[in-house]
Design a protein around this ligand. Structure first.
Ligand SMILES: [Zn+2]
Length: 300
């Protein structure tokens, strides 16, 4: 009986020891090695993120964290030291003068060559916001024609992929720099205007938008949205709906910025372009490029 009791006590002591050792090992593993445990007081930290930040900072001070300290993070203002341009604010245009600013997003494509032919035929100038990844050998000629025929080139990002370009200012600059260099290599021109995919008020970029626009301005780039949406790339528009959308938005605007698309899928817009130009001329508009107009960004 006595030996049974001793055996039972021994088993109990073994189990308790194992539990205590395991707990200590687990607790140690959850702490940054070499650092004193952070006081895990929920009164001190508002939420788990703050507690984790405090733990990381303490581990960093202890010198054994592989994390980059906040003050050592790459500073986006120091990225791409050559990514600077010059934008000269255009002279104010007489508010009564009727000028339409045709803008084409998402090119270049085969359609862009046709757009350029139509603009030449109708003696009109326009602005093209280009996607860098579309500027292949076949379409480099579009950029050269734009530069030689009085049109203006703007940047519409390299990839046009929302979760790539809008996840941080660093990623946006990384993407932007690619297309900026590409256009410079082909045309020798330093682009100074840009348009955000889905416009400046899009839901993907809202967390970084203000700081991003400020950083782009600091580098000399000016953002332009639009005041007339033809909706030529929404769903399956008809010639009728595109013309109706333009007429509806234009109302009494004297200097409308008209959004059109010259990607490979927008054949209908190209077929309709002569009618759009003729309609706007009949309404009394001349045509010019956006860099001659004061900047416009959505006010909302
Ligand atoms: Zn676009």
């Amino acid at each position: 009986m006595k030996s049974k009791l001793c055996f039972g006590m021994a088993i109990f002591i073994c189990i308790m020891s194992a539990v205590i050792i395991t707990h200590r090992v687990e607790h140690k593993a959850s702490q940054p090695s070499g650092a004193q445990p952070v006081e895990a007081s929920w009164k001190k930290y508002k939420n788990i993120e703050e507690l984790v930040l405090a733990e990381n900072e303490q581990a960093r001070k202890a010198g054994d964290s592989s994390q980059t300290a906040a003050d050592k993070m790459p500073d986006y203002t120091k990225m791409f030291p050559d990514l600077y341009t010059e934008y000269v604010m255009p002279k104010a245009v007489d508010k009564e003068k009727k000028i339409a600013y045709l803008t084409f997003d998402d090119g270049p494509s085969d359609n862009t060559y046709r757009v350029l032919d139509i603009l030449q035929e109708y003696d009109a100038t326009a602005t093209f916001f280009l996607i860098g990844s579309e500027i292949d050998r076949k379409h480099e000629g579009c950029l050269i024609r734009m530069a030689n025929e009085g049109h203006t080139i703007g940047i519409h990002t390299y990839s046009h992929v929302c979760n790539e370009i809008y996840c941080s200012i660093e990623r946006y600059l990384d993407d932007f720099n690619l297309v900026y260099d590409r256009i410079y290599d082909v045309t020798g021109k330093r682009v100074n205007i840009y348009r955000f995919p889905w416009g400046s008020n899009n839901r993907y970029s809202k967390n970084i938008k203000d700081a991003l626009i400020e950083e782009m301005e600091r580098r000399g780039f000016t953002c332009y949205d639009w005041t007339v949406d033809s909706k030529d790339s929404n769903g399956k528009p008809s010639a009728y709906t595109i013309l109706r959308n333009i007429k509806k938005d234009i109302k009494r605007q004297n200097q409308p910025i008209i959004l059109l698309h010259d990607s490979g899928a927008n054949g209908l817009m190209v077929r309709l372009l002569p009618d759009i130009i003729k309609m706007l001329r009949q309404m009394g508009y001349e045509f010019d490029t956006l860099d001659h107009r004061e900047p416009y960004q959505f006010p909302w």
